[in-house]
Write a protein that binds this ligand. Structure first.
Ligand code: SF4
Ligand code: SF4
Length: 332
């Protein structure tokens, strides 16, 4: 595969929804005819484990990449990063840009997170297949991205060698049988960390009593045991003060990875969803439910609750309940 070509990966929806399959197929059929593109289809990104051929394929891709998936771009990008499929975040022009909240001086808030490590000089663009029903919009956007990547290379900001790319020496390109590539994986459930927001405060590690979180050899928070997480539970995402923990399959957009500050066009007070007293109470209830299901004792608000909440009175839950109901009713 030439490094000058753009790899386009379509990640299938879970299940067999005919409308979703039709959109995937029409995009693939159109892009496969485009010069300069290598188009592949893999199962649902979030469900791929380290042994799945689709994951091995993604790890083998060199150079810039576009990933079209049925999830928020922020979730898809950091999910890939967690799997070692790294690059710089490529902005797409399909989804509305995140609203940036100004501080008192009118300057945008700078990113506070610790960022990713070992990022090669390539760009990964993630597009959300839930944004539009028409395949044309995605085709146009992939063409625009392909042109942007070509211009970047032509301007000398790109790369021509693997050393410049920051990638390991090239291995012989493996071949992937399509029936292996598309083998449907088991569904999974685990948190995904947005390191552009994560400040390494370790509050999630203190809160989770199921051994999901750990630290790497640089003392950075990592999701160490993904599959120890409790299916359907998003408790620790409510505890994170930076809204850095995402569960891509959760029904509430703010937890599933919607751009922070712009939750499907709704202006909401995120402190009510994340890190506020109500959020802590809900998170503790969710955690207790999983502890009891495991035959353990409930701990309520006595273990792993961030100190920033300890002196605050617990507010009535009415506002948050209404907000959660409104978000849960959103069709995305
Ligand atoms: S609570 Fe949030 S900001 Fe703190 S370490 Fe965990 S993910 Fe990072
Ligand atoms: S959702 Fe629950 S089990 Fe999963 S990582 Fe968070 S606190 Fe741990």
């Amino acid at each position: 595969m030439s490094r000058q070509r753009l790899t386009v990966v379509l990640s299938q929806a879970q299940g067999k929804n005919p409308g979703r399959r039709a959109l995937e197929e029409s995009i693939a059929a159109a892009l496969i005819m485009e010069p300069g593109l290598d188009v592949s289809i893999v199962p649902y990104l979030y469900d791929l484990d380290a042994e799945h051929t689709g994951r091995l394929f993604l790890e083998s891709v060199q150079g810039d990449m576009v990933v079209l998936a049925w999830m928020f771009p922020r979730a898809a990008f950091w999910l890939l990063d967690r799997d070692g499929i790294k690059g710089h975040y490529g902005d797409n022009q399909i989804a509305p840009p995140a609203e940036v909240e100004d501080d008192e001086d009118g300057e945008p808030e700078p990113p506070k997170g610790i960022g990713a490590v070992d990022v090669p000089k390539r760009w990964i663009y993630c597009l959300d297949l839930r944004d539009h029903k028409s395949h044309d919009i995605y085709i146009q956007e992939v063409r625009r991205i392909a042109a942007e990547c070509r211009e970047r290379r032509a301007a000398g900001n790109g790369h021509t060698t693997m050393v410049e790319l920051g990638l390991p020496a090239p291995k012989p390109q493996p071949s992937f049988a399509s029936e292996q590539l598309l083998k449907q994986p088991e569904r999974r459930w685990y948190p995904v960390i947005d390191y552009s927001r994560c400040t390494n405060c370790m509050e999630c590690l203190d809160f989770c009593l199921f051994g999901v979180y750990g630290v790497d050899n640089l003392d950075r928070l990592i999701v160490e045991n993904q599959d120890s997480c409790k299916r359907g539970c998003p408790a620790c995402s409510r505890v994170c003060p930076e809204q850095a923990i995402m569960f891509p399959d959760y029904k509430t957009p703010a937890i599933a990875g919607a751009p922070v500050g712009n939750i499907s066009g709704l202006k909401i007070d995120l402190s009510k969803l994340f890190g506020g007293g109500d959020a802590m109470a809900i998170a503790a209830q969710e955690r207790d439910r999983e502890l009891l299901a495991d035959g353990r004792q409930a701990v309520g608000l006595t273990v792993g609750i961030p100190k920033r909440q300890s002196d605050k009175p617990q507010e009535p839950k009415d506002d948050l309940d209404k907000l959660m109901d409104a978000l849960d009713e959103l069709e995305i």
